[in-house]
Write a protein that binds this ligand. Structure first.
Ligand code: Z5A
Length: 221
């Protein structure tokens, strides 16, 4: 593959994103592909420094617009230091959350203005739009139950501890994005067993990669 392939995983807490990224990375590496696994907020040294500030709730008093700016600053560093160089050398990049999380968490449930969010996204992403976004869809009650079982006695983070009604608005918002951008997004039923979710993801990835190489061959012909 000359240019790489950029896949993002989105959805609510406990949907199984990390579990499925590990599975997909393993199977793509078995095919001999160069695979980069990364996450947001974080993924580069600059962005990881901002992650704790965001997830601890230390930035919450600044308000949702300033939190959005911090997520954007972290994303810009991550895109330019990690994602773009990997894609340019032909790697497959698997990223746990990306631009849709900002649209949903800051834009929709942070009640931020659409123009503000669009402008911030344009500057931050700087053309690095995912080739494929897998939206892992799950009832928030089940997702939060899984997240809390995994966390054990640890405290929930700034976003996890919000009300069920807010988590439901987020689920709806992810599904609306997927409906509005069907060429980029595939919704996966994340309530199935982990093995079934893995199989559904592998099908979606194979289809999207095959379509991308056909498009590339056509444009080069
Ligand atoms: N955020 C934001 O507001 N704006 C932004 O722009 C960005 C992020 C980028 C990052 O949290 C927070 O930042 C996030 C949004 C906000 N909100 N929160 N909270 P994070 O990185 O700490 O966590 P997360 O992204 O929400 O993921 P998660 O809660 O860690 O869950 P997950 O990765 O989707 O799930 P998992 O760890 O793979 O699975 C959870 C548990 O369920 C685990 O014990 C698994 O073994 C189990 N599991 C997984 N799959 C299954 C199935 N199929 N059946 C049963 N059990 C399963």
């Amino acid at each position: 593959m000359s240019r790489g392939f950029f896949i993002t995983f989105e959805g609510g807490e406990g949907a199984g994103k990390s579990t499925q990224i590990d599975q997909l990375a393993r199977s793509l590496r078995e095919e001999g592909r160069d695979v980069i696994v990364t996450r947001e907020p974080g993924g580069s040294s600059g962005a990881e420094a901002v992650r704790h500030v965001l997830l601890s709730g230390a930035a919450e008093p600044f308000g949702s617009a300033m939190e959005a700016v911090l997520f954007a600053a972290a994303r810009s560093d991550h895109v330019e230091q990690v994602i773009r160089p990997a894609i340019e050398r032909g790697a497959v990049v698997l990223c746990d959350r990306f631009l849709d999380s900002s649209r949903v968490y800051q834009g929709v449930t942070g009640n931020l203005d659409d123009d503000f969010m669009r402008n911030l996204e344009r500057v931050t992403v700087n053309g690095m739009v995912p080739d494929l976004t897998l939206v892992l869809d799950i009832d928030p009650e089940e997702g939060l139950r899984r997240a809390s079982a995994r966390r054990g006695t640890g405290a929930p983070d700034r976003f996890e501890k919000e009300t069920l009604a807010i988590h439901r608005r987020r689920r709806k918002a992810f599904l609306e994005i997927a409906k509005a951008e069907p060429a980029r997004c595939v919704v996966i039923d994340a309530s199935m067993s982990a093995d079934k979710v893995t199989a559904a993801i592998q099908r979606a990835v194979q289809l999207a990669m095959a379509a991308a190489s056909t498009d590339r061959e056509r444009s080069e012909a």
